[in-house]
Structure formats: structure tokens, C-alpha cells
Design a protein around this ligand. Structure first.
Ligand code: MN
Length: 195
């Protein structure tokens, strides 16, 4: 885990995104989902792991319907502070466009609820290309499966699928609200328009 790729892609004189350092933290493990109106709109799913945020770009966002398999492209690890980032990445920069926090909360895994156990299971899951996380977000709750499509390490395509539980829906439509999470303080967005 390191932030080399994250830092290489960005000019911190230009973007307000956090430069970030790898940190050790304690307590609950966090996840966030950011709605990112870049050249094409997508949702960035980030999971805390060993001092950074594992990150996937999900073009269609998440669905509560276990029938929906949502493509999720694994991207570079992001710094932990990124889970609170909202703002406009200026034109000409990597990922130019508006970033908004869409969901935020904590997560556990089906067989682990403490940090040590979660990191152990996450590490194993990353090796296997199969993760199950249980989200306690403002919008998203319950278990989601992350399944890597191919074994090759250089392939970055995964699927995110809702597991059938009390929080799953049968609806064909993704009826998740587009509003911001209630329990997160609304930060003022930069006034420049999205690129
Ligand atoms: Mn993005």
C-alpha cells in the first residue's frame, strides 16, 4: 500500500485534493462513496485499509438489487483524508470536475468486526479477488460482495453486487437518493463550474 501513484497523478499546487500521508488510525474502519462529475459521471468507492483508502471507480454507482452486477474499476490508493474531500478539481488536472460525498460510514466484514480482524480478512480477500463488506453508512447498509473478474493482477475490473439480506431490494431501478448524507457536515463547494 502506498500513495506513490496518487501523488504522481496530481499537482498539489493546482488541486485542493489532500496531498496525504499514510497514517495509522484506531477505532471503526471507514468507507466513503464520492459522486464524481468528471468527464463522465461515476462514483468512487473507498475502503480504509492499512492507513490508506482502497479505491474503485464505479461508473453506474451501487445498487441495492442483488441482480445488478456493477462494474468497479480498481484505481490507485487514496490518502485517508480523501474520505472527507469535496470540491472542484480544476480543469486540466487529473479527474477534473466536482467531487461530492455521496455516502460515508463504517464497515465490518462478515467474520470480523475489529480492526485487526478486518485488515486480516481484507488482505486475504484482496489476494483471492473476493471481498465481502458489511456497510453501516448513511445510505448504504448491509453486505456487498466485491468480485474480481480475472485472476491476472494487472486486470483491474471487479464487480460489486449486493448480497441478499434485509437491506436488499428487488426493484429494477436504482432508487438510491442522490442527496448528500445527512450526518456529514455540508462543506461549501468551490464556486468554479465543473469541467
Ligand atoms: Mn473519480
Amino acid at each position: 500500500m502506498n500513495l506513490k501513484n496518487y501523488k504522481m497523478k496530481r499537482d498539489f499546487q493546482q488541486t485542493q485534493e489532500p496531498p496525504g500521508t499514510e497514517k495509522t488510525t484506531s477505532g471503526a474502519m471507514h468507507f466513503c462513496i464520492q459522486k464524481h462529475a468528471a468527464r463522465s459521471l461515476h462514483y468512487d468507492f473507498r475502503l480504509e485499509y492499512k492507513g490508506v483508502l482502497l479505491s474503485w471507480a464505479v461508473p453506474k454507482g451501487l445498487s441495492l438489487n442483488p441482480q445488478d452486477k456493477r462494474l468497479a474499476i480498481k484505481v490507485e490508493d487514496h490518502p485517508l483524508e480523501y474520505q472527507y474531500f469535496e470540491g472542484v478539481i480544476p480543469k486540466g488536472n487529473y479527474g477534473a470536475g466536482t467531487v461530492e460525498i455521496w455516502d460515508h460510514g463504517s464497515f465490518t466484514m462478515p467474520h470480523a468486526s475489529d480492526r485487526k480482524g478486518i485488515e486480516r480478512d481484507l488482505s486475504e480477500g484482496l489476494k483471492q479477488g473476493h471481498l465481502a463488506v458489511v456497510l453501516q453508512g448513511d445510505k448504504l447498509h448491509g453486505e456487498f460482495i466485491f468480485q474480481k473478474l480475472k485472476k491476472e493482477p494487472e486486470d483491474h475490473n471487479w464487480l460489486i453486487i449486493k448480497k441478499t439480506d434485509n437491506y436488499a431490494t428487488k426493484s429494477d431501478e436504482n432508487d438510491l437518493p442522490s442527496t448528500k448524507p445527512k450526518n456529514l457536515k455540508k462543506k461549501s463547494l468551490n464556486s468554479s463550474p465543473p469541467c
